[in-house]
Design a protein around this ligand. Structure first.
Ligand SMILES: [Zn+2]
Ligand SMILES: [Zn+2]
Length: 250
């Protein structure tokens, strides 16, 4: 399995990265986790415009799903349209919310480009991947994911505050893509986001092979986030996510 970070900027795009989007490839199949603002541009540096085989959306905050609008245009009006509809696993309100974001009626909505399946906690197959979705702690319906193929696993936090479910999803994963939106401080709000220290604590509890800190908010000094993570009791490798970074898990 090959993991490419397309977008790792938290809450809005930064100068060097789109908002959240991760490309997972195995057995000639390409799965996106989230499709945040600006991601469709950077994605085309790595795969063709029409090469996305499936999409999972962690939640419906704009920084995780708004480029679905842009991709709807590409697949609905491109030169060889109609293109096959892309399976999308997303919170149940996604067809309505994305149609509203685009400015189109709910019927037919984005059905020309996408085939929506409502997410629920549990395990399902997406192409060659086994995907487990679990509810995490954020102000809206929000999922973390574990994606496995060929004995390797990557876990992705989505957006969450401290979460036992995230530890469960990430248990013994080769790679944890964990949000670290906050600079650490004593009075962090619950059920919203994590600091680097909290991300590392989740990585330690789950005994993951590698921790990549992501959802990095541009207004922070990212060296602080990395420094916070070094105090989370995790002994494995820790690094900051970077748009274009590739992790080969074999
Ligand atoms: Zn976010
Ligand atoms: Zn969010």
């Amino acid at each position: 399995m090959k993991v490419t970070i397309i977008g790792c900027s938290g809450s809005f795009p930064g100068p060097d990265s789109p908002a959240s989007c991760y490309l997972l490839e195995a057995a000639n199949f390409r799965l996106l986790l989230d499709f945040g603002a600006g991601a469709l541009g950077a994605l085309q540096r790595h795969i063709g415009l029409y090469d996305v085989d499936a999409i999972c959306l962690s939640h419906l905050h704009a920084d995780h799903c708004l480029d679905m609008c842009a991709y709807h245009v590409a697949r609905t009006y491109g030169p060889d349209a109609p293109y096959p509809r892309v399976p999308v696993h997303a919170p149940g309100d996604a067809p309505h919310r994305l149609a509203a974001a685009y400015g189109m009626p709910d019927e037919p909505g984005m059905e020309t480009a996408f085939d929506f399946t409502p997410l629920r906690p549990g395990t399902f197959e997406v192409g060659p991947f086994t995907v487990t979705a679990g509810l995490v702690n954020h102000p809206v319906e929000a999922y973390g994911f574990r994606v496995s193929y060929g004995g390797r696993s990557v876990a992705y936090s989505g957006d969450t505050g401290e979460s036992a479910e995230l530890v469960r999803l990430a248990e013994d994963a080769d790679l944890l893509l964990c949000e670290a939106s906050f600079v650490d401080r004593p009075d962090l709000p619950a059920d919203l986001h994590l600091s680097g220290r909290q991300a590392a604590e989740h990585a330690a509890k789950a005994r993951v092979g590698r921790l990549v800190l992501t959802h990095l908010v541009p207004w922070h000094d990212q060296s602080r986030i990395l420094d916070d993570a070094s105090r989370g009791g995790y002994g494995g490798p820790i690094e900051l996510a970077r748009s274009g970074a590739v992790y080969e898990l074999d």
